[in-house]
Design a protein around this ligand. Structure first.
Ligand SMILES: C[S@@+](CC[C@H](N)C(=O)[O-])C[C@H]1O[C@@H](n2cnc3c(N)ncnc32)[C@H](O)[C@@H]1O
Length: 471
């Protein structure tokens, strides 16, 4: 029997029911946003402007979730997604939307969040920095192990909205094609072995993640197998197999995450071959990156982002405090323009890398402190940087409210805020409102085909509350 299309928009549709809706936008997870009567409908697919037929999969108090059945009226911006995993994969949600329209949507969201959450009515013109090659741009991929129907390990990316499983990866358009070869080599070795996939609910098993990193400018390829803390008699055999199958891998290592946190970091158990680190270049600078250390995942766009950051931070040589400094990428790029840079970073290996990176590039005016940002700011007066600048480039969660408070009360003339999470960025802007004026804003597309965008902002101290910033 044909399922009925709901005739009364006001009635609460049942799970399984078909609805015809018009998608008006996409949300921060890349889901389509539509309306059915007073209800918001979040669709797994469907582009802005499209009329789509969806099947309700979940009823929430304030919204419905639904899966696309068919596109009734397609968007003129719809394109064929090149990847065979598109739709099933959680990685690229926007591959079927043409690139200019992806970018336009991201900039619209940034503007909207800065105005709505940041409560800034008048925002400067957003400088948009598109990615010249929107495929194969990622220098790092994190693959997960899962359990296949036949009981053998799967290795690849997570399916959409499912962080427990993984599907066998056969292609990926976001990164270097060799990533798929490496995944296949690791999978074929493990398919015949006794190693069990780690179960994040039962906290038992062994295989957790496979991280592959590329130095696009250096040719380095790093492979990092992340497991639970279990003895592994076949480790040497694994290394030999990997080296034989993928001779371009320059270093491979084994990292153990003995905690329950579902993350691909932990202490290094063994470096199988090579130095255990990766080298990448940004402009004239060469960086060593620890296997678990942060580095911007889009090398080309990182250079463009940092050009803006350097220009805004140091119009004249002044001292700079680079908070959340990672392996020192921003600090080193700033070194010719700043009188002195102090980087603050809590990940020990990244701090060590940053110090070695300064040495390797013969830079004498950068120092790196291993500390939690809030702790550092509680113990250290910002007087030294008052006439200079502070850079903040926090993780996705944004700044700790107490960090925002300290910066608001005692921060310097300029703050340059780099963010990969627009909502957190806008929230922090709102908390700084009245004390700083937003004078420059750039949207740098680091992550094509995903809903994410990197933003960079220049905030200038305002002794008199500006008309543009709502306190
Ligand atoms: C988005 S990354 C930015 C790194 C660097 N600015 C870059 O562009 O390469 C954020 C960094 O903050 C570090 N981090 C996270 N929490 C921190 C904290 N509470 N205090 C200091 N650093 C922290 C992470 O280890 C990571 O290296």
């Amino acid at each position: 029997m044909k399922p009925a299309i709901s005739p009364t928009p006001a009635a609460m549709p049942r799970v399984g029911e078909l609805l015809d809706v018009t998608v008006t936008d996409w949300g921060d997870q890349g889901r389509g946003i539509a309306r059915h009567g007073n209800l918001v409908v979040l669709t797994n697919r469907g582009l802005p402007g499209e009329t789509v037929r969806v099947r309700v999969t979940r009823r929430r108090r304030r919204h419905l979730e639904a899966d696309l059945e068919s596109v009734l009226v397609p968007s003129p911006h719809r394109v064929a997604a090149p990847c065979r995993h598109f739709g099933a994969c959680g990685g690229c949600r926007l591959q079927d939307l043409d690139y200019p329209e992806q970018l336009a949507g991201k900039v619209r969201h940034l503007r909207d969040q800065v105005q709505r959450i940041g409560r800034i009515e008048q925002i400067p013109e957003i400088e948009v920095v598109p990615c010249d090659s929107p495929y194969r741009y990622r220098n790092k991929m994190e693959f997960s192990f899962g359990l296949g129907r036949d009981g053998a390990p799967t290795l690849g990316l997570h399916p959409r909205d499912n962080y427990r499983d993984s599907f066998d990866l056969e292609e990926c358009w976001l990164t270097d094609e060799r990533a798929v070869e490496i995944v296949a080599a690791v999978r074929s070795f493990l398919a015949s072995g006794p190693e069990a996939v780690y179960d994040p609910v039962a906290h038992a098993g062994f295989l957790r993640f496979l991280v592959v990193r590329f130095g696009f400018r250096t040719g380095d390829v790093l492979v990092n197998l992340v497991t639970a803390d279990v003895p592994w008699p076949r480790s040497e055999e694994f290394a030999t197999h990997l080296q034989g199958s993928c001779p371009y891998v320059t270093t491979a290592l084994w990292t153990v995450n003995a905690t329950r946190a579902n993350v691909a970091i932990g202490p290094v158990r063994e470096v199988f071959f090579g130095p255990g680190t990766l080298r990448e270049r940004l402009g004239p600078w060469e960086f060593e990156i620890a296997a678990g250390g942060f580095f911007q995942t889009n090398t080309l766009q990182a250079e463009r982002l940092f050009e803006r950051v350097v220009g805004w931070t140091c119009p004249t040589p002044t001292p700079v405090l680079d908070l959340y400094s990672g392996a020192g990428a921003i600090s080193l790029c700033l070194s010719p323009r700043a009188s002195h840079v102090t980087g603050v970073e809590s990940h020990h290996d990244s701090v060590e890398s940053a110090r070695r990176n300064a040495e390797r590039n013969r830079i004498a005016n950068c120092e790196f402190v291993c500390a939690d940002t809030l702790q550092f700011l509680k113990e250290q007066s910002l007087d030294r940087w008052r006439r200079g600048a502070v850079i903040v480039d926090p993780p996705r969660a944004g700044l700790h409210p107490k960090v925002v408070k300290i910066l608001g009360e005692t921060g310097p003339d300029r703050i340059v805020y780099v963010s990969c999470n627009t909502a957190a960025f806008a929230r922090d802007l709102e908390m700084l409102g009245g004390r700083y004026r937003l004078t420059r804003l750039a949207a740098v597309d680091m992550f094509p085909h995903t809903p994410h965008i990197e933003s960079a902002a220049l905030l200038e101290r305002d002794s008199i509350p500006s008309s543009g910033v709502t306190p």
